[in-house]
Design a protein. Structure first.
Ligand code: AMP
Ligand code: SF4
Length: 502
């Protein structure tokens, strides 16, 4: 779900939320949804919500905060029913508001509809204008509300929510993985490019479960059945589970960042265990970006699998040099730059004994703004390290994301602000810096390029983005940008030796 600052502003991608749904007559669906959301907490820590249906009416409870803060025995006990959906929302500055928390609920002539959304539409502004011209008044400022209102209006016309969703899907452009609840059914919907993950599980032979990631299925003891296909609408109700292919697309475009950073390592996406994908990236990085050092250390937690892969392939010893306070959410979530910087210290502590006097090879998944990296490198040096060599399992992030991940505006991306990798190295204060190349990333992942979105690395956006929306995040010498161009004639960093753009 993404949030607009004003009615006509272009949508800003803010989050990579987690969605969950269950059709489970006789099951404690609200508690199962609670546990499912708990497993998806890494996808969003701003707000959490559950909508449940008892067959006659839908009740929703949503609040700002972590899943464990939002729900307790009292709130859960009020959410009684046989079907439920849930949501965890990720957000940063500017979009923090309970009105934007999910699931959102709307009414149609046949009852209520609740919706949980992960992703971001790129044509929200146009859709919203159209609805407003028809008299629709919005409560929140998100693309998810636009989607929900569209479904409700269409349901009034079509007489069924399922038909309404199918009618709306071709009109939604962008990334959407949805869980939708009516009084008597739960639906899972994925955009035709399959940008965000969504999978299906089975619990106790009858219950059908939908979740952003398979780790949520595993936690509640359900069996992984398959992924929701791109462009597919899967419906679970008293007649069982059925599916229809609603929209097709020229290609798949699963977000490669799910493998690099977003998803949990114990989730399986597109038949690949995320942990293996990350350690494959680390292995490839060791081949393409070798360095002499005494010990390979991960930046906890997301850098762990890549560091393991790097150490394995390089033959260098692996060690822990940074200890993480597990009770602090991801630093990126902090609302402003000052708190983000402080966040590094709150989150990580150096293990002096492992670092002092040694040449450290520090492996992490990605560099976005570079703020965290800078703080960590300073911390490692202060702990007595002789050298700090940074190896990054993703290529330089030079382009913003419009499909639901907060990788910032272009002017905030350190690899877009600096002309060369050398300049980035200097900025973050490392002795050497080696990024993964785009071909190296694909080789490490063992996934064909045609199945993935790589746009934040290449600038090639698989789903066309309206020009005003595109410009809203290209505040870095944006005048040089032209539609269809892969690179502006500005300061993109020189590709690393093995890298070929695109
Ligand atoms: P920095 O060094 O300040 O650029 O921070 C990069 C780190 O933030 C990465 O190593 C990731 O662990 C994390 N990260 C990367 N992308 C995101 C994102 N979209 N949202 C939150 N955290 C992110
Ligand atoms: Fe993922 Fe990057 Fe594509 Fe956004 S632009 S969907 S973060 S690969």
């Amino acid at each position: 779900m993404a949030v607009n600052g004003s009615l006509v502003a272009a949508p800003e991608a803010r989050e990579a939320c987690g969605v969950f749904g269950i059709y489970g007559p006789g099951e404690d669906v609200s508690r199962l949804t609670y546990f499912g959301l708990f497993a998806l907490q890494h996808r969003g820590q701003e707000s959490a919500g559950i909508a449940v249906s008892d067959g006659r009416d839908i009740t929703v409870y949503r609040e700002m905060g972590l899943v464990s803060q939002v729900f307790d025995e009292t709130t859960l006990s009020r959410l009684r029913g046989d079907l439920a959906i849930g949501h965890t929302r990720y957000s940063t500055t500017g979009s923090t508001s309970l009105a934007n928390a999910q699931p959102m609920v709307a009414e149609w002539r046949g009852g209520k509809i609740a919706l949980s959304h992960n992703g971001n539409l790129v044509n929200t502004a146009a859709l919203r204008r159209e609805l407003e011209s028809q008299g629709e008044v919005f409560e929140a400022t998100s693309d998810s509300e636009v989607m929900l209102r569209m479904v409700a209006r269409e349901a009034d016309r079509a007489g069924s929510v399922e038909e309404a969703v199918a009618a709306c899907m071709p009109r939604w452009r962008g990334a959407y993985s949805l869980a939708i609840l009516t009084e008597d059914s739960v639906m899972a919907v994925r955009d035709p490019y399959g940008v965000r993950p969504l999978c299906i599980g089975r619990l106790n032979s009858e219950a059908v479960v939908f979740a952003s990631e398979s780790c949520a299925l595993t936690l509640i003891g359900s069996e992984f059945l398959r992924e929701v296909e791109p462009g597919e609408l899967v419906m679970a109700d008293q007649d069982g589970m059925r599916s229809r292919a609603v929209v097709s697309s020229p290609r798949e475009a699963l977000c490669v960042f799910e493998y690099i950073y977003l998803a949990r390592p114990d989730s399986k996406i597109g038949d690949h265990l995320v942990h293996e994908a990350r350690s494959g990236l680390g292995q490839q990085l060791a081949v393409d970006q070798p360095v002499e050092g005494d010990v390979v250390i991960p930046v906890p937690d997301t850098g762990w699998p890549a560091a393991i892969g790097y150490a394995e392939r390089s033959g260098l010893p692996f060690g822990e040099g940074l200890i993480r306070n597990r009770y602090v959410p991801r630093t990126f979530i902090q609302p402003d730059q000052r708190l983000r910087e402080l966040g590094v210290k709150i989150k990580l502590n150096p293990l002096r004994e492992a670092l002092a006097g040694r040449r450290i090879v520090m492996v992490d998944d990605s560099i976005v703004r570079g703020t965290t990296k800078k703080g960590i490198i300073r911390m490692i040096r202060n702990a007595g390290a002789k050298e700090v060599h940074v190896r990054i399992s993703a290529p330089p992030i030079r382009w913003p994301c419009y499909y639901g991940v907060d990788t910032s505006n272009r002017s905030e991306l350190i690899a877009a602000r600096r002309s060369t990798v050398e300049e980035v190295r200097e900025d973050i204060g490392a002795d050497s810096l080696g990024y993964q190349s785009v071909p190296g990333m694909l080789k490490g992942l063992r996934i064909p390029r045609r199945k993935l979105c790589l746009a934040c690395f290449t600038g090639r956006y698989p789903i066309p983005i309206p020009k005003d929306v595109k410009l809203s995040k290209l505040d870095l010498e944006e005048s040089a940008w032209r539609e269809g161009e892969e690179k502006p004639k500005t300061s993109a960093p020189a590709p690393s030796p093995t890298e070929t753009p695109g």
